[in-house]
Design a protein around this ligand. Sequence first.
Ligand code: ZN
Length: 188
Amino acid sequence: MAVRNVVRMGHPTLRQVAEPYPIGEIGSADFLELVGDMRETLHAYGGIGLAAPQIDVGYQLAVIEIENAMTRYGEVETIPFSVFINPVVTVISPDPAGYWEGCLSVPGMMGFVERPQHIEISYLDESGLACKRQLTGFLATVFQHEFDHLQGRLYVDRLKDPSLFAFEDEYRAYHLTEDVSEPARNNE
Ligand code: ZN
């Protein structure tokens, strides 16, 4: 297993619609190596999510792991390291909520984005089993951010307002409300 290089905004792979992961390959040596590398890379970079295009692999596969349930948005459900293959997002309620998002492919920056806050996802897990799951609130944002990567989209495409796009230091100095604790790094 190895830590892969995370490509940054401007790299063409981040702007391509990824190919569905070949179902027959799930569980293969190549699959296990890819997932293992994504896990090591996620940990090395200190993120909570990573999509294959972020390591220049053009497949619809993402990993998410949320260990620390306390974020600047309060307590969220922890998610053990999980693999999401060929995910589809269905909006249950279009009512939006906004969060400041960061991205390992846009290092040092934060941006305020509104997204639907009740979704259902359908995907294959690392065993190839078809799964469905509903998500609300901050987790709905995390999953939509991650799965956007599989469609060639970045959160900067969805900024509510260009003035709400900031370097991390300025975000902390001027945009982080004082009633919350040290911001979690919600890099995805
Ligand atoms: Zn991202």
